[in-house]
Write a protein that binds this ligand. Structure first.
Ligand code: SF4
Length: 216
């Protein structure tokens, strides 16, 4: 097929979505390889270099073997892939319910509108906060998800400031996720309740079920 382009894939696997709006749903994950960033809490460094080029038609055929409509494209950082928009378009055309997990460190403007964006805003403890692309917060759809991974009280206060400065206060899908093993969810729950903050406290469900087991 003339337009059957390649995407560099680390793994395709079937699991339970552990985050955001579709948490708990059986989902096929398409993990692309490569990421130019270096977040302190990264748990997918194995995806930085391991991977092989796979044709988009082959990715779609693999996905179709599973009996779910939920597909999450993740990484690494999927937006560094040259043909990622072609893959997303193809998934949409095949009537999948598609989400993409991205770092917030790369422009999101070319992502098809049918795809739900789950965007991290990198907090200070990630050590990548200076690389956040500010415009991403102006163009993200209200139906998308904005996520803050929070490791310290400083991260928490910083995230509140970002929400205010970018007028995200009315967004329904703002998730605060305590960094696994760094911040106690009960501490963060206390802070959210004390501040009457309109955000969702998110525990990473897959880590609760399987720890850091790969392919989960
Ligand atoms: S952007 Fe994502 S994949 Fe890249 S280093 Fe940060 S957490 Fe890891």
């Amino acid at each position: 097929m003339k337009d059957d382009l390649n995407v560099s894939i680390n793994e395709i696997f079937y699991s339970i979505q552990g985050e955001a709006k579709n948490s708990g749903k059986p989902t096929v994950f398409v993990r692309t390889s490569g990421c130019p960033f270096n977040c302190s809490y990264c748990d997918t460094e194995y995806a930085f270099s391991e991977g092989k080029k796979v044709k988009i038609s082959e990715i779609i055929s693999t996905i179709k073997q599973y009996k779910t409509n939920y597909i999450t494209v993740t990484g690494g950082e999927p937006l560094v892939q040259k043909n990622i928009i072609n893959l997303l378009d193809s998934l949409v055309k095949n009537f999948f319910n598609v989400s993409i997990e991205t770092s917030g460190l790369i422009d999101i403007s070319k992502i098809p509108k049918e795809v739900e964006i789950v965007m991290d805003v990198k907090t200070p403890s990630s050590n990548e906060d200076n690389n956040n692309i500010k415009n991403n917060l102006s163009i993200i759809k209200k139906t998308d998800v904005v996520k803050f991974v929070i490791g310290t009280k400083q991260d928490y206060e910083w995230s509140k400031k970002i929400i205010k400065e970018n007028n995200l206060i009315d967004f329904k899908n703002i998730f605060f996720s305590p960094t696994h093993d760094l911040l106690s969810p009960s501490d963060m729950a206390d802070w959210i309740l004390r501040d009457n903050l309109n955000v969702t406290l998110q525990i990473q469900l897959h880590k609760y079920i399987w720890g850091n087991e790969r392919g989960r």
